[in-house]
Design a protein around this ligand. Sequence first.
Ligand SMILES: [Zn+2]
Length: 317
Amino acid sequence: MQYIVLDLEWNQALTRESMRRKGFTLVGEIIQIGAVRLDSVNGKADTIRLVIAPKYYKKIHWSVRKLTGISTKSLENGLTFPDAYAQFMDWCGENVTFLTWGPDDLPMLRDNLRLHNMSTQSLPASFDLQRIFARQIAGKKQQFSLSDAMEQLGIPQTIPAHDALNDALNTAEVCRKLDLEAGIAHYDDPFPQQKKSPADDDALPRTIYQSYAEMAQTEFESPSPCPACGNDLTLSKWVRRAPGKRITLATCMCGEKFILKVRWKIDDESDHVFATRMLEEATEEQIGAYQRALRAHRRTRHRKPKTQPISADKTAK
Ligand SMILES: [Zn+2]
């Protein structure tokens, strides 16, 4: 039996609306596989690091880039996921067990296998070292970050975190300070519960305001960060699409274009306003629809000036 310490990095959709939902909701697409063989021969580190070009979430989300330093361009020459996985399993060899830090990597690996119509049957047993650490060292049932665990065990941070191989190397260092056999013997569930992904929760967050004016000021005027680069988006004029629904075109200096939508409802009894703000990657079709709505809006304004003040929306639900 050989232990493989595995770490994955993945990208996410630029917006919630552009998440791939065919068959299941794809929370992340793997862009790096890093792994360390725990019992290396001759004390030499036996490692692998594979870079994958994503097929669906090709543009790197700014928060992923900020965390990992991985850019969209740097993945262009990456392997396909099926090739990378085949190379990785080849390197692993027969009769292995996976060790990860935290419960997220294995569900992500399973999802990406399903995405490429690949079998998940061949996946070896896997154990979450975070749980073993929590029981043996911390004595608390709580999730500790890898850097917290390293600090607690006096392991110096010498290589940058949030690179799949570096994280696997650091996880292996933590593992060497744990009683792995005892941890596995007392491990109740070798397959950690598939965490409910945020994508499963389809209710969009709603904000409650005291008045229409307060909602309008916040929802129509506050800045939105670009999901591709993190800079503030430039908002065009808001146009009315339906009662209680307005959209605008949001552009970024990085070249990305989005449609920003605000929907709201006014509660009859309390007069409170419930609003939801949604950002979608703009298609040519949506940009066209926005421009037509803008022209229609201008014509209405020109014909009947000042008969449609903003507060008119208040009665129209
Ligand atoms: Zn941008």
